[in-house]
Design a protein around this ligand. Structure first.
Ligand code: FBP
Length: 250
């Protein structure tokens, strides 16, 4: 089995996610500070998260800064923009060989289960997963139920379907959303079997509410979280990340 120890600490994970420039666009998520990848790499470094997830372009252009930070790198190998309006689909934008050259300790990939394009995404992902494992690289799979046929993206049924699909597709870690119900998360984590579960952060919420959720998540079967906006949109990201780490026991 491929080990996830390079992107976790004591079996726990706090991944700093920074692929929103592609997924949502700079106008929606960024300000004068966090539009600069260097600002976010510095947060990763100062707050000692267990890994930083970025797309190939940022991993390439900021490779010197990322390597200097010593934060384990996860290179996302697919992505799409929010300008696209059809049934959700995300196709490869990079390869495992490129990720290895950039010094990646894992690769990341997004799949929308339930989309009409699900089978294409499975086919693309199976090639990436195979290549990554041949090179002992773990795979983190963002699995989001989405598309015309998905009525509720955050139902227990669909979230556990996502975590289970991640296990069956060969992901080492699945990243899924939290629906606010810890009992559901216990089931979702169980459905993932030996594949570990991390939870996405979501849109920026009030600090107190967010930290309460982090506590629930850490005691409901997930090994941690992959957070973006709630950290790098925070006015004091390093102090805030310390609190998150404490609750996650990272
Ligand atoms: P956040 O913590 O900012 O929600 O990031 C998690 C994440 O999975 C990102 O990696 C990704 O860009 C984004 O959410 C996708 O969000 P969605 O497709 O739901 O808009």
């Amino acid at each position: 089995m491929v080990s996830i120890k390079n992107i976790t600490r004591k079996g726990k994970a706090l991944i700093l996610a920074y692929d929103q420039g592609m997924e949502h666009g700079p106008e929606q998520d960024f300000d004068e500070n966090n539009v600069d990848p260097k600002y976010v790499i510095d947060i990763a470094k100062e707050s000692k998260v267990t890994a930083l997830a970025v797309g190939k372009g940022i991993a390439e252009k900021y490779n010197k800064e990322i390597r200097k930070s010593k934060i384990p790198l996860i290179v996302k190998l697919n992505g799409k923009t929010s300008l696209y309006n059809g049934e959700p689909v995300s196709r490869p934008t990079g390869t495992v060989e490129e990720a290895l050259k950039l010094g990646a300790k894992a690769v990341g990939y997004t799949i929308y289960i339930g989309s009409q394009h699900e089978s294409e995404m499975f086919r693309d992902f199976s090639r990436i997963q195979k290549k990554a494992h041949e090179n002992r690289l773990p795979v983190v799979l963002w699995v989001y139920p989405r598309g015309k046929s998905v009525k509720n993206e955050k139902s227990r049924k669909n979230l556990s379907y996502a975590s289970r699909a991640g296990l069956e597709l060969g992901a080492d870690i699945v990243k899924v959303k939290y629906n606010g119900k810890s009992k559901d998360l216990e089931w979702i984590s169980k459905a993932a079997g030996k594949t570990k579960v991390v939870i996405a952060g979501g849109t920026k919420s009030k600090e107190k509410e967010f930290l309460k959720q982090v506590k629930e998540i850490s005691s409901s079967g997930a090994i941690g979280m992959a957070i973006g906006r709630n950290i790098w949109q925070h006015k004091k990201p390093i102090e805030f990340t310390k609190k998150v780490k404490k609750s996650l026991k990272v």
